[in-house]
Design a protein around this ligand. Structure first.
Ligand code: CA
Length: 411
């Protein structure tokens, strides 16, 4: 597939990707939906106004209306965009006035949160991660709790503190407790990242009407990288009996571009074998995993670049996204356009693929050494954590860009 837009080699955003986001051009205050191609951002509202798209969904400051429109519309718009941006199509290519209105170089835009997120759920679907955490905090011989292989464990998170890549994250204050001593209050000392991938839902279901697993894909709009920042010391003291609370609610960072399920189709693959076989409502058919390389880098304050500390892959997830959505709604719980569902930490089988500092340093027992000579058991103030994702096959590269966040000292 060729476009009239010049796409640099190795770009995350070829014509086959066309992720969706929301941007504000330099000198403007109005957020507007766009798509990314090469180093350019294309204003979808401008194309819609010019009559080049068959929709009326890109006039607002978020993608929620487009997410509500459903898969047939998503697929049609994607087809229109690929045609409009193709090398031999003149309607946009040769309309200089429209091109100057619709095209913005990425260095001249600010990317903002693309969605008004109503609800945020975080799963716990990597068997390797759950096993590592269970080994550390409970029993290495019995690391998985009895429910884990029967249902995708998750919790309802906090939507208000989901932030876009680039937003600084303040080290949280909180209550912690050690040994037999009474609890104390202060800055979290065990601040961590969690490498995750999340999906946005749309159009969603009515209250009382579950989404069957075989229809779940029609409600999955696309994926973003997620850093589920976690304060391990706060988590350890508070999590029994109701699970994560303040240890997770101070910030969750997402990448600005939402990569669609259509763009990821070539990278669909089989996930891990599920044994025991899930209950009927969780039985998905065909390959439901995606081969997406993921990595995490840590850039200390003042360092020129980040040190990659983790390389993992989304295909390791034990529970797939269709199973997650079917399980989430099986009670009749309604999901709405723009809800965010994150995978849980994506750890692989070997040490270099663990998706959190907790696992990489094994609770701080084996600190990581960075290229500036410093050591990390957990994250330090001034550190920037960068996560990147890409799917690659036969010369095709579908990238996610990145999600980054710098840690500010507690106050
Ligand atoms: Ca998490």
């Amino acid at each position: 597939m060729r476009s009239f837009v010049d796409i640099p080699a190795g770009s995350d955003f070829p014509l086959e990707n066309l992720p969706y986001g929301v941007f504000i051009p330099a000198g403007s205050h109005r957020p507007r939906p766009g798509t990314a191609i090469g180093d350019w951002v294309v204003d979808l509202g401008a194309l819609e106004e010019a009559g080049l798209l068959p929709t009326q969904v890109f006039g607002g400051p978020t993608l929620n209306a487009f997410m509500a429109a459903g898969r047939p519309v998503w697929t049609r718009v994607r087809g229109h965009l690929q045609t409009l941006l193709a090398a031999d199509n003149t309607s946009l290519r040769d309309d200089e006035s429209l091109r100057s209105r619709a095209f913005h170089h990425r260095s001249h835009v600010r990317l903002v949160l693309p969605v008004d997120i109503g609800d945020y759920t975080d799963f716990y679907s990597s068997r390797e991660h759950a096993t590592n955490v269970g080994s550390m905090f409970r029993d290495p011989d019995n690391a998985l709790l009895p429910n884990w292989l029967h249902l995708p464990v998750g919790y309802h998170g906090r939507a208000s503190s989901v932030v876009v890549s680039g937003t600084e994250v303040r080290r949280p204050m909180g209550q912690t407790q050690n040994g037999d001593a009474p609890p104390t209050f202060g800055p979290s000392r065990l601040l961590d990242f969690e490498l995750e991938l999340g999906f946005f839902t749309g159009p969603g279901n009515a209250l009382g009407e579950p989404i069957p697993v075989e229809q779940a894909a029609d409600h999955i709009f696309g994926f973003v990288l997620v850093n589920d920042w976690s304060a391990r010391d706060i988590q350890k003291w508070e999590y029994v009996p109701l699970g994560p609370f303040l240890a997770k609610n101070f910030a969750t960072s997402i990448s600005p571009w939402i990569v669609t399920m259509d763009a990821l189709e070539p990278f669909r693959c089989a996930g891990p074998v599920q044994d025991p076989e899930p209950l009927p409502y969780l039985r998905s058919q065909g390959p439901q995993a995606f081969d997406i390389h993921l990595e995490v880098g840590i850039q200390p304050e003042g360092a020129g670049e980040d040190d990659v500390v983790c390389r993992s892959n989304f295909r390791y997830m034990y529970w797939n996204v269709c199973q997650q959505l079917a399980h989430h709604t099986v009670t009749g719980c309604n999901v709405r356009p723009g809800d965010l569902m994150a995978s849980g930490t994506i750890s692989g089988p070997d040490k270099g693929s663990y998706g959190s500092m907790l696992e990489l340093t094994w609770r701080g027992q084996h600190p990581l050494r960075l290229s500036d000579g410093s050591e990390r058991k957990f994250l330090a103030d001034g550190d920037t954590v960068v996560m990147r994702g890409r799917a690659e096959k036969d010369g095709l590269r579908i990238g996610f860009g990145e999600v980054s966040g710098r840690i500010l000292p507690a106050r």
